[in-house]
Structures are given as C-alpha cells and as structure tokens.
Design a protein around this ligand. Structure first.
Ligand code: HEM
Ligand SMILES: *[C@@H]1O[C@H](CO)[C@@H](O)[C@H](O)[C@H]1NC(C)=O
Ligand SMILES: *[C@@H]1O[C@H](CO)[C@@H](O)[C@H](O)[C@H]1NC(C)=O
Ligand SMILES: *[C@@H]1O[C@H](CO)[C@@H](O)[C@H](O)[C@H]1NC(C)=O
Ligand SMILES: *[C@@H]1O[C@H](CO)[C@@H](O)[C@H](O)[C@H]1NC(C)=O
Ligand SMILES: *[C@@H]1O[C@H](CO)[C@@H](O)[C@H](O)[C@H]1NC(C)=O
Ligand SMILES: CC(=O)N[C@H]1CO[C@H](CO)[C@@H](O)[C@@H]1O
Length: 331
C-alpha cells in the first residue's frame, strides 16, 4: 500500500521538519538510497509481515529506541551481548534492560539486510526504522527517520543505570536527564506519551502501593486511591510480585491515543515518573493542551520529538562501524 504514501509523507514531513531546523545535517533522509536502495522497504516489509500478528511487540520496539538513544547516543549499543571474550557488564545486563524485548526481531531484520547488502545498514538505523514502522503499523503516528547512524562498540551497564531514568524519578531528575540529551520539557511530556501503549511489571511501581518513600506499608498519596486499591487486589497482590504484568494505559494499552494523558489528569499515571509530569505547571499545561487538542496534534508533536530523540549523540561519517551482527562488535 503505503510506499507511495510513505514517499509523499517523507517529502512533506521532511520539508516541514527541515524547515524548522530539527534535522541534523549529519543524518539524511534516504541515506541508503545508493548503497542499499531496498533497505527501508525491507525493514517495512518485515514489520508489516510480523507486527500485525504480534502487536504487543510494537511497544518494546519503541522503548528499545529510547534505551538505545539515552545511553551513548543512538548507536545500537543496547543490542550488544555479553561475550565470553569481552565485556560481561553490558547495557543489557542493567536493571532497566531486564524488561526489554524484541532483540530477536531486530536480528531478523538485520539478517535480511545483510543478505541484501552486507555490511551497509547499521543496527542503530535498524532500531530507529523498526520503531517507526512498528508504531505506524499499529495505527500510531508516522515520522521521518533520517539515516546514516553508525554502530558503537561500547556497552556499559553502569552507564545504562546512569542515563535511563528509573520509574521512581521525580520531576527535576527527569528534566535534568532529558536536558542532558538536548531534550526539553515538551519533549519529556510528548515522549512519555509512549506509555499509551505497553505493559509494566509490578516492581516498577509497587512501592507506590506498599512502601511509598520507604515508609513501610504506605500508599503514594498522589496515586488515585481507587486505582491503587484495584492494582493491589487484582494485579500486584504482594509487594514482592515480580512476574505479573500490568497495562500501563488500562483499557487502551494497544492503541496509540490520548488516554495516557487523560489518565495522568485523573492521577492514574502508573509510575512516579508519569505522575511527576503533572507536578510542574509547565508540563501540566502541555498535558492539558494535548488532552484538549485533536489526536493529530499529539501525533505531529510526538513525531517531531521522536526525530529529535533519534539524533541524540549519533555516530556518523567514519566514526563507529557497521556491525555484521547486532549483538557483537566486529572483530
Ligand atoms: C520519562 C522517563 C521514562 C521512564 C522513567 C520510563 C520507565 C519505564 C518503565 C519502568 C517501563 C516498564 C518496565 C517494566 O516494568 O516492564 C516502561 C515501559 C515502556 N516505556 Fe518507558 N520510560 C520513560 C520514557 C519512555 C520513552 C521516552 C519511551 C519511548 C519513546 C518509552 C516507551 C516505553 C514503552 C513503549 C513501554 C512498554 C514496554 C512493553 O510493553 O514491554 N518510555 N517505561
Ligand atoms: C566479569 O569479568 C571479570 C573479569 O573478566 C570477572 O572477574 C567477573 O567475575 C565477571 N563477572 C561476571 C558476573 O561474570
Ligand atoms: C562503565 O562506565 C562507568 C561509569 O562511567 C565506568 O566507571 C566504568 O569503568 C565503565 N566500565 C567499563 C568496563 O568500561
Ligand atoms: C529528586 O530525585 C533526586 C535523585 O533521587 C534527588 O537527589 C532530589 O533531591 C529529588 N528532588 C526533589 C525535589 O525531591
Ligand atoms: C521499603 O523501602 C525501604 C527503603 O527503600 C526499604 O529499606 C524497605 O525494605 C522496604 N520495605 C518493604 C516491605 O519492601
Ligand atoms: C522474583 O521474586 C522471586 C521471589 O520473591 C525471587 O526468587 C526472584 O529472584 C525474583 N526475580 C527477579 C528477576 O528479581
Ligand atoms: C534481554 C537481556 O539481555 N536480558 C538480560 C538482562 O540481564 C540479566 C542479568 O542481570 C540477564 O540474565 C538477561 O538475559
């Protein structure tokens, strides 16, 4: 279907975004047009083939780009495995990565691309393209993905812990960590909107139910008490439950829509980091604007924030490498 539509959108959105100056001069739309003309079509084909049967994978594939870009820039380092020979403490082993999924999906795309044009398309670009195409496939927004990222060769668990905000982050630490990536408060609100899809494990928020601020069996007063009671009765029934999964946007966790923001205003954001967005007047007013605006506005603005996030500290030109296998640095 959508090749022509996609190309049109590339042109239109590319023009808009180029115009407002978000595009990094070093990445470019259609970077592989000469070196691997079918690259983007192959990624899109794989996503269109598999995501409709595995819609819940779209969320972790989007999250993967966030984790990739926040640690050493969008350089594919999130994909690196612990290897016998080298580093045994990679980003994958860090706590926030324990719940990442979709590594096999990226490998599946990579092997098709290696068959088509060996050693040309970076794993970092694959993450960015797969995230975009997956969200589009489940009915979410589409955004242009300038390409030309190269892969890094370092992956360090400590850095993942330092750069990926934990779910109990307060407003000021979220602001600081996003600012350190060149992302502002508006980006923070928009990108957090990704929590309109997907699931979480109880340990990401059960402190809010059972042990708020380490006070023993207290409940976070900023969490709607009916929602908290429901979570305790039906989902995270003990403080130590680490297997149950919970929809982050109950009722529409597969749909990319505004209901995440509507829930925030009802004090039903699942994580402290979600609730924190309502605690600054600046971010609260962004949330209200989104909720009161059309879905298209959220889609457009989310798309712009994704383009921005996709450019964080990228390696281009002769920096880095094009990994042959995404989980391993080339020998
Ligand atoms: C603002 C700071 C953020 C924090 C503190 C945060 C934290 C988390 C946590 C703790 C989980 C659940 C992990 C689990 O318990 O299984 C999660 C899930 C998720 N996050 Fe975030 N996140 C943030 C921003 C983002 C951004 C910027 C994106 C993407 C643009 C994103 C996309 C997702 C998605 C899609 C899921 C669901 C994953 C799934 O269904 O497996 N998050 N996030
Ligand atoms: C990681 O490697 C170091 C040095 O090679 C070794 O001392 C350490 O025990 C290893 N850690 C784990 C968790 O395997
Ligand atoms: C990982 O990063 C931390 C923090 O920057 C640093 O102290 C540590 O030496 C790094 N580990 C490796 C194996 O490079
Ligand atoms: C926010 O969290 C950081 C890191 O945990 C902490 O140092 C800071 O004091 C907190 N700020 C506020 C206003 O609570
Ligand atoms: C509550 O939190 C405090 C501080 O983080 C911790 O020391 C304590 O073990 C926790 N209690 C429970 C029951 O989880
Ligand atoms: C989950 O909880 C069980 C029992 O409390 C514990 O044995 C196990 O190590 C925990 N798993 C993780 C990944 O923390
Ligand atoms: C997906 C992934 O690689 N998860 C790893 C996270 O780290 C733990 C160790 O702490 C590994 O056991 C997981 O395989």
């Amino acid at each position: 279907m959508s090749y022509v539509i996609s190309m049109l959108m590339i042109i239109i959105l590319g023009t808009i975004i180029g115009f407002i100056g978000l595009a990094d001069a070093q990445l470019e739309l259609g970077y592989y047009a000469q070196s691997c003309p079918k690259a983007e079509e192959i990624v899109q084909g794989f996503v269109h083939k598999h995501i409709p049967n595995a819609q819940s994978l779209a969320a972790p594939l989007l999250r993967m780009q966030f984790h990739d870009c926040f640690v050493r820039g969008c350089d594919g380092s999130v994909l690196l495995d612990v290897t016998a020979a080298g580093n045994n403490d990679t980003e994958k082993t860090a706590n926030p990565n324990l719940t990442l999924r979709g590594f096999g999906f990226i490998d599946g795309v990579k092997s098709l691309l290696e068959a088509e044009c060996p050693g040309v398309v970076s794993c970092a670009d694959i993450i960015a393209l797969v995230a975009r195409d997956s969200i589009w496939t489940i009915g979410g927004p589409w955004w242009p993905v300038p390409t030309g990222r190269r892969d890094g060769s370092i992956s360090n668990a400590t850095e993942a812990l330092q750069n990926i905000p934990p779910p109990f982050s307060n407003f000021s630490s979220l602001q600081t960590i996003f600012a350190s990536k060149g992302l502002d408060l508006k980006d923070l609100v928009l990108l957090s909107g990704a929590h309109t899809i997907g699931v979480a494990h109880c340990p990401s928020f059960s402190e809010r139910l059972y042990n708020f601020s380490g006070q023993g069996y207290g409940q976070d007063p900023s969490l709607d008490s009916e929602y908290a009671a429901n979570l305790k009765q039906r989902k995270c029934t003990t403080p130590s439950d680490n297997t149950t999964i919970v929809e982050m946007d109950p009722g529409s966790f597969r749909t990319f829509d505004l209901s995440y923001y509507k829930l925030l205003l009802k004090r039903r954001g699942l994580f402290q980091s979600d609730a924190a967005l309502t605690k600054s007047s600046t971010t609260l007013s962004y949330i209200k604007q989104l909720v009161n605006g059309p879905l298209d506005t959220f889609f457009d603005e989310f798309s712009q924030a994704m383009v921005k996030m996709g450019q964080v500290e990228v390696l281009t030109g002769s920096a880095g490498q094009i990994r042959k296998r995404c989980a391993f640095v080339n020998q």
